[in-house]
Design a binder for this molecule. Structure first.
Ligand code: GLA
Length: 655
């Protein structure tokens, strides 16, 4: 299968979404001049062009896109061509209201925004396939075309009648019979037994708590339906252009798509990433998504969208201070990105996102945003040859699974303070601050290459995943698990004893008596640290040792950190610095070293192949020790043993 290497050809891609249909044609020529000056070598066309391409049902207007494709080619700019299927034209909803999604309260989501399509609508799918077919037939042979971009940020839910019919089919495939469904959903509870498939619905608005297994299956179904839409379009473009790779852009750590499943169907993995410039942990949240995307890609990946300045969808939207766009772009490159792209090339003057930045802001060519973009383009071109195709490798695997996230988020859980994404982020942050290079992995992946595996929280685990963890530890691996792990099976049925018996045996938990969740802002004292969010009344077995105990209160003396063999179980979430110290200690024991020792706060070191990226996320200038003699690819300077990094400064060192 073709991969990202077929698109990059040894260059880092630099560019972004280009929406020229919003501009008169004179502006296109101005755009091309500015793009070339900035080193832009790729643009994504057509993401929201459906109404322009198909102004009336079945009609086609390709003339403008023909001219653009030619213009890009003449100027040496590659085109990532999107299927426009995320925003259907108004005529579709008007003529076929059944193509519009319905929310759980039965309200229709009308056109006038975007992503107003029902993933289950046969009519929508037919129109989407037809426009995809015609685009692929027309542009498949165009020399500007480098990559297919299917739809955009798949993210619609649908509780409507056509979705309900599809849901029934999906459930029939999964369970075979109504007996199977009733058993898996535990419908004996609250008189929910289904006697006819026609009674089964999407989990619509209900009087009180919904059946969690039904909600879980609805989330699985939604991810699968969106995937079906993607696959239908992917297969069409592949038929026309088997030599060209295909992608669809993920939202960062988005709850709705089982990305581990999706990436099996992509040639290139791409993601959109928008950390808040004001967030003191913006660099870490970026690093998390970059680590995850790289792990999904198992190699170089594409930063499909980021913002050159502010976004316009937060309550308060801050610009990027001078240097931050460069810093975060190079951070992505350090973590394996072979493409640094933006939403969007030119900031719109109309429409819902007119206050969202572009590479060319309203201030135009002279504006700071474009000037910084231009400098970055030149720098990326300088390091391109040394960087592309090289691998960034994590030493530690952080386990993550969407199904477990979905199952663990049910309404009737013991604490709504426990948020899966926040717990995952807290663990990644601890490793990130300890300069430990991390990958993400699915609990059923082969983990044998990792000396250390951590499980922030996997509430539900199937037998295959549990056996995988046991085999990993038997094979000599070190495993650290957070609380609320292994509680339920794949149907969200609580395991006997409140936690899977094999895992209890592995971690040294004889009896799990009670969970003691903590209130917001509450913490619990433990030996050497403070715990947050959660505590547990655990009775350990003889082989386990209490490395840290709860102090005071009901749980006084009971294990907060339990050790057995090469495993640890954490019955609480230590404060951030404490979790960092704990994991750094365990990593050292397991033979995992930080990328670089002794870095000042806010400075991050990342290895990509033999290159060492050192990134200063702080606003202070810092001295950094980098033992040995290196060549800085960005400046051409020789660096020996130490260097100074200005605020937001970066070096890319080759030995
Ligand atoms: C997403 C979308 C873009 C744009 C940006 C704004 O990433 O894909 O079309 O709306 O958000 O941040």
């Amino acid at each position: 299968m073709p991969d990202l290497g077929a698109v990059t050809n040894g260059r880092l891609l630099f560019g972004g979404d280009y929406n020229p249909e919003q501009w008169p044609e004179e502006t296109w020529h101005e755009d091309v001049r500015l793009m070339k000056d900035a080193g832009v070598n790729t643009v994504t066309l057509g993401v929201f062009s459906w109404a322009k391409l198909e102004p009336r049902p079945g009609e086609r207007d390709f003339g403008w896109l023909d001219r653009l494709m030619d213009l890009m080619h003449e100027n040496g700019i590659g085109v990532v061509l999107a299927t426009p299927t995320s925003s259907p034209p108004p005529w579709m909803g008007h003529l076929h209201p059944d193509t519009l999604p319905v929310d759980q309260d039965g309200r229709t989501e009308w056109w006038g925004g975007r992503q107003h399509f029902s993933h289950s609508s046969a009519v929508y799918r037919r129109y989407a396939a037809a426009i995809t077919e015609d685009l692929a037939a027309r542009y498949g042979g165009h020399p500007a075309l480098t990559l297919w971009h299917i739809n955009n940020e798949y993210c619609t839910y649908d509780w409507g009648p056509e979705a309900a019919a599809r849901f029934r089919d999906w459930l029939r495939d999964r369970y075979g019979t109504l007996d199977g469904l009733n058993e898996a959903w535990g419908t004996a509870f609250w008189s929910q037994g289904y006697g006819d498939w026609a009674e089964v619905h999407t989990p619509r608005h209900a009087h009180y708590l919904k059946n969690p297994a039904q909600v879980l299956d609805f989330k699985r179904f939604t991810s699968d339906m969106l995937l079906e839409c993607y696959l239908a379009e992917r297969d069409i473009v592949r038929r026309h252009t088997p030599h060209l790779p295909v992608t669809t852009n993920f939202m960062p750590l988005w709850v709705g798509q089982d990305a581990w499943r999706w990436v099996e169907e992509e040639d290139v993995v791409s993601v959109d990433l928008y950390p808040d410039p004001r967030d003191p942990l913006g660099a870490q949240s970026g690093a998390l998504v970059q680590d995850m995307t790289r792990s999904q890609a198992r190699g170089p990946w594409m930063l499909m969208e980021q913002a050159a300045g502010p976004v316009n969808w937060r309550g308060v939207n801050h610009p990027k201070p001078r240097g931050l766009n460069r810093l975060w772009s190079l951070q992505a490159v350090a973590r394996g990105a072979d493409a640094v792209c933006y939403f969007q090339w030119r900031q719109s003057r109309q429409g819902a996102e007119k206050f969202h930045s572009g590479m060319v802001s309203h201030a135009g060519e002279r504006g700071r945003t474009y000037q910084e973009v231009k400098r970055l383009g030149a720098e990326l071109a300088r390091i391109s040859g040394e960087v592309t195709g090289r691998h960034t490798v994590g030493d530690i695997a952080v386990l993550h699974d969407w199904h477990s996230w979905w199952a663990g988020s049910h309404e009737g859980r013991l604490s709504t303070q426990v948020d899966y994404a926040q717990v995952l982020t807290a663990w990644h942050r601890a490793l990130w601050e300890a300069q430990l290079a991390t990958d993400f992995a699915h609990p059923e992946h082969d983990l044998t290459a990792y000396k250390l595996v951590v499980v922030p929280q996997l509430y539900s685990l199937g037998d295959a995943a549990i056996e995988n963890l046991l085999a990993y530890v038997r094979g000599g691996g070190t495993l650290v698990s957070g609380f609320l792990t292994g509680v339920a099976d794949e149907d969200d049925r609580v395991r006997a004893g409140g936690m899977d018996s094999r895992l209890r045996e592995l971690f040294g938990i004889r009896t799990l008596h009670e969970w003691w969740p903590l209130d917001a802002g509450e913490s619990v004292e433990c030996d050497g640290f403070r715990g947050t969010l959660w505590s547990e009344e655990i009775e350990k077995d003889e082989e386990a040792t209490t490395e840290a105990a709860f102090k005071g209160g009901e749980l006084d003396g009971l294990p907060a950190v339990l050790r057995k063999g090469r495993t640890r179980y954490l019955a609480t979430l230590p404060d951030s610095g404490d979790l960092r110290a704990l994991l750094a200690g365990i990593a050292a024991e397991a033979g995992v070293r930080p990328v670089l020792n002794g870095l000042p706060a806010g400075v991050e070191a990342v290895r990509r192949g033999e290159l060492l990226f050192v990134l200063n996320h702080s606003r202070e200038s810092v001295r950094v020790e980098v033992p040995g003699t290196h060549h800085d690819l960005l400046t051409g300077a020789t660096v020996t043993d130490e260097l100074t990094l200005d605020r937001y400064g970066v070096v890319v060192l080759r030995p």
